[in-house]
Design a protein around this ligand. Structure first.
Ligand code: AMP
Length: 193
């Protein structure tokens, strides 16, 4: 299996690039944001609880998302690999993910971090807010999401840097240019296995 984390701040293009990576490599896409929005649309107790945090731009508690990822790993035993998108977002989630994968004799192969300037992020998120229908793409909430990222999520890249799994990839340019940067890093690792 080849397990990849696509990392980056809100608006860095994780969703767009994930779709293209799945089409190319057939990874199982695990986006905690999508999983949570699905729970909200089904009005499950988990979804209703998570919505309170998401509407404010705050992170949902670790145990909720870790539980969701644990079930998703169990429910997909025969995949070529997982593409984690929007997870892990805290150091505690990163540690929990390593433990869950270890139980399956698996590990993370690489963390690809999309590098985008803050100015460009705000521009992209505001534009997305006009069309996405997402309740967390307005100016006040965007600000909180970036704060949460800087405070809790950016330390996650240190976690993977320590194990030499973190790689920065240019996140500005055309969608195709960014995609090329990502596939170059994946191909050099997949083919080594
Ligand atoms: P995203 O679609 O990845 O931008 O996530 C949208 C929102 O869902 C975030 O602002 C958080 O409130 C919540 N969320 C998604 N993934 C996580 C996670 N791994 N940990 C905590 N909250 C999350």
């Amino acid at each position: 299996m080849f397990n990849l984390i696509l990392f980056g701040p809100p608006g860095s293009g994780k969703g767009t690039q994930s779709e293209k990576l799945i089409a190319k490599y057939n990874f199982k896409h695990l986006s905690t944001g999508d999983l949570l929005r699905n729970e909200i649309s089904k009005k499950t107790p988990l979804g209703l609880e998570a919505k309170k945090f998401m509407d404010k731009g705050q992170l949902v508690p670790d145990e909720v998302v870790i539980g969701m990822i644990s079930s998703a790993l169990d429910n997909n035993p025969n995949v070529v690999g997982f593409l984690f998108d929007g997870f892990p977002r805290t150091a505690a989630q990163a540690e929990a993910l390593d433990k869950l994968l270890e139980l399956k004799h698996q590990s993370i192969n690489v963390m690809l971090a999309l590098d985008v300037s803050e100015e460009e992020l705000v521009k992209r998120l505001q534009k997305r807010g006009e069309t996405s229908g997402r309740t967390d793409d307005n100016q006040q909430v965007i600000r909180t999401r970036i704060l949460e990222y800087n405070r809790k999520t950016s330390p996650v890249s240190d976690y993977y840097r320590k194990s030499k799994k973190a790689v920065m990839v240019k996140g500005e340019g055309t969608i195709e240019e960014i995609f090329k940067g990502l596939t170059k890093e994946i191909d050099s690792r997949i083919h080594k296995k």
